[in-house]
Design a binder for this molecule. Structure first.
Ligand SMILES: Cc1cc2nc3c(=O)[nH]c(=O)nc-3n(C[C@H](O)[C@H](O)[C@H](O)COP(=O)(O)O)c2cc1C
Length: 243
């Protein structure tokens, strides 16, 4: 991949292979206050739009917020979060189950322990400190660029698959420029705020948020490394090896 790193911090390593991009992508939750040029964001979006979609329907749309617009959106989301008791949230689609089942329940618990206890040093019963961290979602973890991904609602499930492909492609394209990302379903807890502020029409499903910027290499939040299950645990091969 080519890259334009005019404003990239000199220390940013830029991966050049797809394998490097896949291996180095991780959710970054602390960013440097270094702006990302609009031309770079546009190029990454054009790359992500190379994603496959059902019948090339390309149902994705993005809203890119920076500067004053990002500050205003963050403030509105934080206000909504402060007033929120978890009831009466209005989701376009269900991002999480009502109750997690195994094996996902255990994986989720391990992820939470790794983030809050091991990385941030927050005790399980310290709900205040956990909330303080959670609130950082609404500032896009300090990233200079916030992205809200939406997709045409018809059909709902198909559009979600296509939007997911776009999201992954965008995160990998960002690695090609030495940039990092964090996908953020937490933003859709307040979809009506996003819809109102960004003038998102009703026929667009709000899929996810994404923070985009240069990772702060010194921040402890960025030391978290998430494990993966081995291929044998999720792949079933049918047929003979010789075929
Ligand atoms: C659809 C989606 C929504 C997510 N929402 C959030 C979020 O709201 N806040 C957050 O900090 N991380 C969020 N994540 C990041 C996941 O926690 C992360 O991808 C997972 O733990 C694996 O870690 P990794 O991305 O570092 O490999 C989200 C990821 C996905 C794919």
């Amino acid at each position: 991949m080519t890259h334009s790193s005019a404003t990239a911090p000199a220390s940013v390593p830029v991966p050049v292979t797809v394998e490097d991009a896949l291996r180095s992508r991780r959710s970054v939750r602390a960013f440097l206050p270094v702006p990302v040029p609009r031309s770079t964001v546009e190029r990454l979006l054009a790359l992500a739009a190379r994603s496959a979609s059902n019948s090339n329907s390309q149902p994705w749309q993005v809203h890119v917020v920076t500067g004053a617009a990002k500050r205003a959106l963050s403030a509105a989301l934080l206000r909504a979060h402060a007033d929120d008791d978890g009831r009466g949230r209005d989701y376009d689609y269900q991002p999480e189950p009502d109750g997690w089942r195994e094996p996902y329940r255990s994986r989720r618990r391990r992820f939470g322990e790794s983030l809050y206890r091991d990385t941030l040093g927050i005790r399980a019963d310290d709900t205040g400190a956990r909330l303080d961290h959670h609130r950082r979602n609404y500032d896009f973890f300090g990233a200079p660029v916030g992205i809200v991904l939406t997709a045409g609602r018809h059909p709902l499930q198909g559009a979600l698959v296509d939007a997911g492909l776009f999201l992954q492609a965008l995160m990998l394209a960002a690695r090609g420029d030495g940039l990092d990302t964090c996908p953020q379903a937490s933003l859709i807890d307040f979809s009506p705020v996003l819809r109102r502020r960004l003038l998102i029409p009703d026929d667009q499903l709000i899929v996810c948020g994404l923070a985009l910027g240069y990772a702060d290499p010194a921040h402890r939040l960025n030391r978290q490394c998430t494990p993966r299950e081995p291929v044998g645990s999720f792949a079933t091969f049918h047929g003979d090896e010789a075929e």
